[in-house]
Design a protein around this ligand. Structure first.
Ligand code: GCV
Length: 716
């Protein structure tokens, strides 16, 4: 046995390392531990798992990710089962981790690892030398790491870990967080405090939180992180900042996470002194090649660049009358020798373009299908405008069969109540990924079928002790990771797992909290922007309601541009009689969306301008239906508060109190959205409130006068 599972010395070293893992983890329940909250299981559950997690053996000492996996499993079992790492070494083995290539013990088992690729895993109960063992195997250390976290999850949730076979492989290759973090520590659209990256003290000081960040991501299968804001500064590509990024890459590497950087298109001018950033200029291309070489020398597994070009004031190839493909391909050539990729964003709309904003990205990118290099992936927001509470899926999905596309989701809740509103985004993400493109496949299936596939999520992480600014916003980071692994995963099941890992497995808690989360996104849609309305929020901060705004410089910055309410009706006509955005969808979908009767009601006013007395499926008029939605949203939040209050005996006091306080804010905000919106719509349509509806608390002037100064995350 010692021959089989040698390297005891390394094992002891590893256990010691497990004890030395970041010590910033909270003593109190302040949310720091996220879903990796390794608390002792209740006795009944302990009795079930303890005999089988007595010791952990691994033998791929050369793969740092397998070492990481073993250390994490040691840490988890020590804390969950109550054993100390040193005592586990003295009892019989029961978990074996490794790859067939690196571990003779795993190789001898002749496990079927076909179809698991580079990152999938197999967890299997089997026997070795007549002893029962649980094997966690993968073709690479990454698979072993992900499988180990899956095994830990089983233990945390009190699920059986004997007699099991679990096979899983990610459906998407790039599972990437996008940090909109500025070099001065401000996070654009960040509601969890300053940036996690302390650029000032890097590379010398590697905050232990960087390791905990990596652990959390690895536990979800997230394998990439873009460190800096897409509104990028050229300085992030200078030698000192490359060294800082390299220090972070060193921390993340054992967790299977690659680092990427957002690149400013005019960096060759700003840093290199060139007169142009024209992508077809040989000097520009040479500058980027040299820059890529420099970065890869410092970060051998660097992932590549993310680029926001010709959007919201950012420079790009169009400034030189070149296409987005010209720009992306020039960068792609620079990173190709290193195996790097370019993620090129399709979030474009031009101030000079009078076309419906919802159409502009498609108009610009669709003709470029087939013209992007094969190491370019076009990153497309889930909807055609900008992360609104509800949008239809972006028409580019399915429309660029010769181009790799990756959806971009927003985990940070820029338009969904920041960190103060309990809004679980799993249903929003799943809705976007499950949308039928009308071409025989859902959005998720389209992107999973690409040779280069991925999902990006705009991170909601900062220095807050909770990481995300609230306990419940942790669930959105979690849901993103789980859906990036499997875009078809069920958001309610994901929520259930998150609740179990975050708060414990008591069914009196898991059921109600999962249910609270499940309806929370629809509630936000109801109280903010029902029936397909969008972009109704206040200028700049994007927090509260301001549907009346009509005086901003660019038409598409004004809420009135989006809702088009007048005495006759409300909504944006995107049919043939209007902007004809429906024509950007596949014919079947376009046909359905062209007719209000066959347009899903949740998207009705996105596609149609309809009279206030339009008859809805409920039999109500459109106006009465809108008011009913506002009321339903407010009632849901009031109910969330009641339900959460009742759960007090089952939740630790700190996390309970924080959530209760935020729910109080959310209820007041939901009423604010409802009342301000109804006051404004009434002023436009001149209609009385439907019978029984409660009038807004204040008049419209009061809501218009209300300011939201110093809101977080608002770039100035
Ligand atoms: C990073 C929206 C946000 C901006 C963001 C932009 C983008 O417009 O308000 O803060 O900029 O999207 O996605 O590039």
């Amino acid at each position: 046995m010692l021959r089989l599972f040698g390297r005891w010395a390394m094992l002891f070293w590893l256990m010691a390392a497990a004890l030395l893992l970041p010590s910033t983890a909270a003593v109190a329940d302040d949310g720091y531990d996220l879903w990796l909250r390794y608390r002792r299981l209740p006795q009944a559950a302990l009795d079930q798992v303890r005999p089988t997690v007595a010791a952990i053996h691994w033998s791929d000492s050369d793969d740092v990710r397998v070492q990481t996996a073993a250390a994490e499993l040691n840490r988890a079992t020590a804390q969950i089962l109550g054993d100390t790492p040193s005592s586990t070494a003295t009892v019989p083995r029961s978990v074996v981790l490794g790859t067939p290539g690196g571990s003779p013990a795993i190789a001898r088992l002749r496990l079927d690892l076909r179809g698991l690729g580079d990152e999938g895993y197999l967890i299997r109960s089997t026997t070795v030398d007549g002893q029962p063992v649980t094997v966690v195997a993968g073709n690479t250390g990454a698979g072993v790491l992900y499988g180990t976290f899956a095994l830990i999850q089983q233990i945390q949730l009190g699920r059986p870990i004997t007699g099991i076979t679990i096979r899983s492989a990610p459906k998407l290759k790039l599972r990437v967080l996008n940090h909109w973090d500025n070099l001065d520590g401000v996070v654009e659209r960040g509601y969890a405090g300053q940036s996690l990256w302390d650029w000032w003290t890097l590379p010398a000081f590697k905050d232990p939180r960087y390791t905990d960040y990596a652990r959390a991501n690895a536990s979800l299968g997230i394998n990439g992180t873009v460190l800096n804001n897409v509104n990028a500064k050229a300085e992030s590509l200078t030698a000192p900042y490359i060294a800082k990024a390299a220090a972070l890459a060193d921390v993340f590497r054992p967790y299977g996470i690659r680092v990427y950087l957002s690149a400013r298109f005019t960096a060759p001018m700003e840093l290199g002194g060139l007169k142009t950033a024209d992508p077809l200029d040989p000097q520009v291309a040479a500058w980027w090649r040299a820059k890529a070489d420099e970065i890869w020398r410092a970060i051998p597994d660097f992932g590549g660049f993310l680029v926001k070009a010709n959007s919201e004031g950012q420079p790009g190839p169009r400034d030189y009358k070149r296409t987005h493909a010209d720009g992306a391909n020039m960068l792609a050539a620079a990173v190709r020798p290193h195996g790097g990729i370019v993620m090129w964003r399709a979030f474009v709309y031009a101030e000079t373009d009078p076309e419906d904003r919802a159409k502009q990205a498609y108009t610009e990118f669709k003709p470029l299908d087939g013209r992007f290099a094969d190491n370019v992936i076009v990153q497309v927001k889930n909807g055609p405008i900008d992360f609104q509470p509800r949008e239809p899926f972006h028409p580019l999905f399915g429309a660029m069969p010769r181009t790799a596309l990756m959806p971009e989701l927003q985990i940070t809740k820029e338009y969904l109540g920041f960190n103060t509103h309990l809004v679980y985004l799993g249903p929003l993400f799943a809705e976007a990924l499950r949308a039928d493109t009308g071409r025989g496949r859902s959005v998720g299936q389209v992107v999973a079928g690409e040779r280069l596939s991925g999902l990006a999520g705009v991170a909601n992480i900062g220095q807050s002790r909770t990481w995300t600014g609230s306990i419940f916003d942790q669930a959105n980071w979690y849901a993103f990771g789980r859906l990036a692994w499997d875009p078809a995963a069920d958001p309610d099941a994901i929520a259930r797992d998150w609740v179990g890992e975050t708060f414990g497995t008591d069914p009196r808690l898991v059921g109600p909290v999962t249910a609270m989360m499940a309806g929370s996104r629809e509630a936000a849609v109801d109280y903010m922007a029902p029936l397909g309305l969008a972009h109704l929020m206040g200028t700049g901060h994007h927090y509260g309601p301001a549907p009346w705004i009509s005086d901003l410089a660019r038409p598409e910055w004004n809420p009135v541009y989006y809702h088009r309410a007048n005495r006759a009706g409300i909504g944006f006509d995107r049919t043939r009689t209007g902007s004809n955005a429906v024509a950007q969808y596949a014919p079947d979908i376009a046909r359905r969306l062209a007719n209000p009767a066959t347009t899903p009601e949740p998207l009705l006013l996105w596609f149609h301008h309809l009279p206030w007395d339009y008859r809805m499926q409920s039999g109500r008029t459109l106006w009465a239906e809108m008011v009913a939605h506002y009321d339903r949203g407010v009632a849901y939040v009031a109910d969330l508060r009641r339900q959460w209050a009742a759960l007090a005996p089952l939740v630790d006091p700190d996390r309970h109190a924080q959530t209760a306080a935020l729910l109080q804010i959310q209820e007041a905000d939901a009423r604010w959205w409802r009342d301000a919106s109804i006051a404004y719509w009434s002023s436009i349509n001149g209609l009385p409130l439907p019978p029984g509806a409660v009038p807004p608390e204040h008049d419209l002037a009061w809501y218009k006068a209300r300011q939201v100064p110093f809101a977080p995350g608002n770039p100035k």
